[in-house]
Design a protein around this ligand. Structure first.
Ligand code: GLN
Length: 337
């Protein structure tokens, strides 16, 4: 009977990378003061015995770090392992446990480069497992439930925290001290309650199988950096980043991705020297940057990131520039993904 039950359950692999979901504090009262990336994947799985009721789960420790320290090489390593697993006939879904600080970047990267319709779910937590009201156990249970569900196929890379199923493209860490930390300007795609998914919308942007990018053809990512717009800003950071080898600069602009008159000449000059200039916005609840609004992008030969926040714009620029150095092509890609 037990063997029969196991055969019916989906096979889900959990790739662990660290973060708070693997964190530990000195006391149960430490919900915010703790060390991330302390607990191994086997302990994490053992901590949620209910996982065995919803899937055949096995874990792999890919790295053990806080996500603010994830490098492009780490990203490539993780994505290549995800692709291998997605190609295995005995894997139905993949969960990635991840620190929440750059979770949105990894989720978007995988969404762009994984050629599979199998569910890929990225999950983290806001409190370590040692804390009172820790959220990691339920988030992980929900992630495994979603990853093992056939209904989750072909919907792009997903993120489950706070009982919500979010699109890995849209979601962003919007609050850093609450368990309802992750939001999307366009709303969640669904809910997961007691291990069952309830879907309400689908992503409109290109992803996974419908993406022109494939991790199997990517071995390097170009250097793309971000500089921040604010009152009294100077062009120092932009110039320094370009001098240090950035092939594209994401302008994390104010408002509509506006650019200070003290910075415009430097960006025009950098563009003439071959650096791509991509205007994004750092407004908190979802920026929306349009071509030739605020700045003459056609004249300057700049690109706009549209609704992508600066850190997501960096991810798309890196992936796009593995294929093209043409600013018009880059702009097409920024509209489509
Ligand atoms: N809530 C978290 O996961 C944050 C912990 C850590 N800064 C990380 O991103 O890994």
């Amino acid at each position: 009977k037990e063997a029969e039950q196991q055969q019916k359950l989906a096979n889900v692999v959990i790739l662990a990378t660290g973060g708070t979901i693997a964190g530990a504090g000195a006391s149960a009262a430490n919900s915010a003061t703790y060390q991330a990336a302390k607990m191994g994947i086997d302990k994490l799985i053992a901590g949620v015995p209910e996982l065995a009721d919803i899937a055949n789960v096995r874990g792999e420790q890919v790295m053990q770090i806080a996500s603010e320290s994830i490098s492009n090489d780490d990203l490539l390593k993780l994505a290549k392992r995800v692709a291998e697993l997605a190609d295995s006939s005995d894997v139905d879904g993949i969960v990635i446990t991840h620190g929440t600080d750059t979770l949105e970047e990894t989720a978007y990267f995988l969404n762009l480069v994984e050629k599979t319709d199998k569910p890929i779910v990225v999950v983290g937590s806001m409190r370590p497992g040692t804390a009172m009201s820790a959220d990691g156990m339920l988030n992980l249970y929900n992630a495994v439930a979603v990853a093992g569900d056939k209904q989750s196929r072909g919907k792009g890379v997903l993120v489950t925290l706070n009982d919500e199923i979010q699109s890995g493209r849209d979601v962003s860490k919007a609050v850093n001290i609450k368990t309802e930390a992750f939001k999307s300007a366009w709303g969640p795609m669904g809910m997961v309650v007691e291990g069952k998914s309830y879907w309400f919308r689908l992503p409109a942007k290109r992803h996974t199988l419908n993406s022109e990018f494939d991790i199997k053809q990517i071995s390097n990512l170009p250097q793309v950096d971000i500089a921040y717009g604010y009152g009294n800003v100077t062009d120092t950071a932009y110039k320094a980043l370009a001098q240090n080898g950035a092939k594209a600069l994401i302008h994390a602009g104010t408002g509509n991705g506006s650019v200070s008159s003290r910075v415009v000449p430097a960006l025009q000059e950098l563009r003439k020297n071959g650096v791509q200039i991509i205007r994004s916005s750092h407004v908190n609840q979802g920026g929306f940057v349009l071509r030739n609004a605020e700045q003459p992008d056609d004249k300057n030969d700049w690109v706009v990131a549209h609704d992508l926040n600066p850190q997501k714009a960096r991810i798309l620029a890196m992936v796009a520039m593995t294929k093209t150095q043409d600013s018009k092509e880059l702009q097409r890609i920024f509209w489509e993904y």
